[in-house]
Ligand binder design. Structure first.
Ligand code: 6PG
Length: 467
């Protein structure tokens, strides 16, 4: 009997997805490359290790693996994004037949996905770009699945994806078709941009409470726990409070971790996409840049000895902290959904933002109750900041944000992401920006031209400034 699906790449995520698929009663073939000394007999080792994989078939020979899968073949790749995916596709392509389907479930760049879709279409082989979020545990127990590509190909795997995905409170799966081309991978990139800012926000509040307010890790964990029992409940808060409570014989584990934020690239891709589309994704940028600054440890250490430190205590209430956190998260999600909205128009992906919001409600790293709150707003085709209930919320939270940010100014505790949330709001709600002056400057030194107010032609004019 041939398998219903094949899976290539048995790293942490690939193994978890394979187990999830097998648990859902699909027959599966597994392939992992053979690398002498480091990757030998991997598929069989996994089959021996996990009981749900006991009836899976394991391969190190790609041709035998392909032949073991029912036609039209469905082959899921879980590989490191980039050259490894191109290499594997080039090996796989001659072995596949017209109508077969490759599902790239790695964190591929959406433009690579679009290129590969076109390439394989010449042989009538389908490729779907599948954004997968949820880490190792999500992949095993139910991830978020963001699918992009042809609807015909989606039909071949829809049931399987729905079965392995996490389930929302209404029992619907967190898996959906988001649009054609590379849209699934694009949505995953933006998910990661939002993830970066969500993580940075929690880190900034942690530092404010610890360094500026003198709170212990246990006290901070209690605050995060309270937030996690409120409408701010999220997976990232949940893991953070667990991290803050993790101690061993040497003390708090977090105290032994080097403070250099690493990254695998998707956060910077979200920002590159934002700049290409002219979108002010300032929360993602401040989160990413904060990781970059943190990684300059040697330089920071040297400079910290040259500058006088200002470690005075600040007084903030729990309401100030929570209202500011809620405020900043709203701005972050607004920016993320706006980015997808603009990209969808530009690339003609026709992405429904409410569907994306639904996929992110459970299973993924940014899952949170806020997504349940934003769903009806996005469903009514509005972006979060335009909605009356959000406007009211922002008005209520704003005095707390102002108090928190102004009390941090004389201290050494940075708040790049929180400050950016506030600055973004101020810029977005001003009817008159100072950009008329920018336009005049550009025209003065470079004759770049500007539009006159009220002129609907869109024509550019040059003014003879120097006369
Ligand atoms: C997910 C995550 C995952 C990502 C890691 C690491 O949704 O499961 O986004 O895909 O690879 O979070 O990302 P960085 O190494 O860039 O922090």
């Amino acid at each position: 009997m041939k398998s219903e699906i094949g899976l290539i790449g048995l790293g942490v995520m690939g193994t978890s997805l394979a187990r999830n698929i097998a648990r859902n009663a699909y027959s599966i073939s597994l392939y992992n490359r053979y690398v002498k000394g480091s990757e030998e007999g991997i598929a069989h080792k996994k089959i021996d290790q996990y009981k749900e994989l006991s009836s899976a078939k394991g391969f190190e020979d790609l041709s035998a693996f392909v032949n073991s899968v029912q036609q039209p073949r469905k082959i899921l790749l879980m590989l490191t994004a980039g050259a490894a995916v191109d290499q594997l596709i080039s090996e796989l392509e001659p072995l596949l037949d017209s109508g077969d389907l490759i599902i790239d479930a790695g964190n591929s760049h959406y433009s690579d996905t679009e290129r590969r879709i076109e390439l394989l279409a010449k042989k009538k082989i389908f490729l779907l770009g599948l954004g997968v979020s949820g880490g190792e545990e999500g992949a095993l127990k139910g991830p978020s699945l963001m699918l992009g590509g042809s609807t015909q190909a989606y039909g071949l795997v829809k049931d399987l994806l729905n079965k392995i995905a996490a389930k929302k409170s209404d029992e619907q799966p967190t898996a959906a078709y988001v649009g054609n081309g590379g849209s699934g991978h694009f949505v995953k990139i933006v998910h990661n941009g939002i993830e970066y800012a969500e993580m940075q926000l929690i880190a900034e509040f942690f530092q404010i409470m610890h360094q500026a307010m003198g709170m212990t890790y246990d006290q901070i964990a209690v605050v995060f726990e309270q937030w996690n029992q409120s409408d701010q409940k999220s997976y990232l808060l949940e893991i953070t409070l667990s991290i803050l409570r993790t101690k061993d014989e040497q003390g708090y584990v977090i105290d032994r971790i080097l403070d250099k934020g690493a990254h695998n690239g998707t956060g910077s891709w979200s920002l590159i996409a934002a700049t290409e589309l002219g979108q002010a994704a300032s929360m993602m940028s401040s989160a990413l840049f904060s990781r970059y600054t943190s990684s300059q440890k040697r330089c920071r250490t040297k400079l910290s000895a040259l500058y006088e430190s200002k470690n005075q205590r600040i007084e903030l209430t729990l309401d100030d902290l929570m209202a500011t956190y809620r405020f900043a998260r709203l701005i972050n999600h607004h920016q993320g959904f706006s980015l997808i909205h603009v990209a969808s128009k530009e690339h003609r992906w026709d992405i429904n933002l409410a569907i994306v919001c639904g996929i992110w409600m459970e299973g993924c790293i940014i899952k949170s109750d806020l997504l349940y709150q934003l769903y009806p707003i996005l469903k009514s085709h509005q972006l979060p900041l335009s909605d009356a209930s959000i406007v009211k919320q922002i008005h209520m939270d704003r005095p707390h944000v102002e108090k928190l940010l102004s009390s941090l100014i004389p201290s050494d505790v940075p708040s790049l992401c929180i400050s950016n949330a506030f600055e973004f709001l101020k810029q977005m709600v001003q009817e008159q920006s100072p950009a008329h002056l920018i336009q005049a400057q550009r025209d003065y030194f470079g004759a770049h031209g500007f539009q006159f107010k009220g002129d609907l032609t869109g024509d550019l004019y040059h003014y003879n400034w120097k006369n």
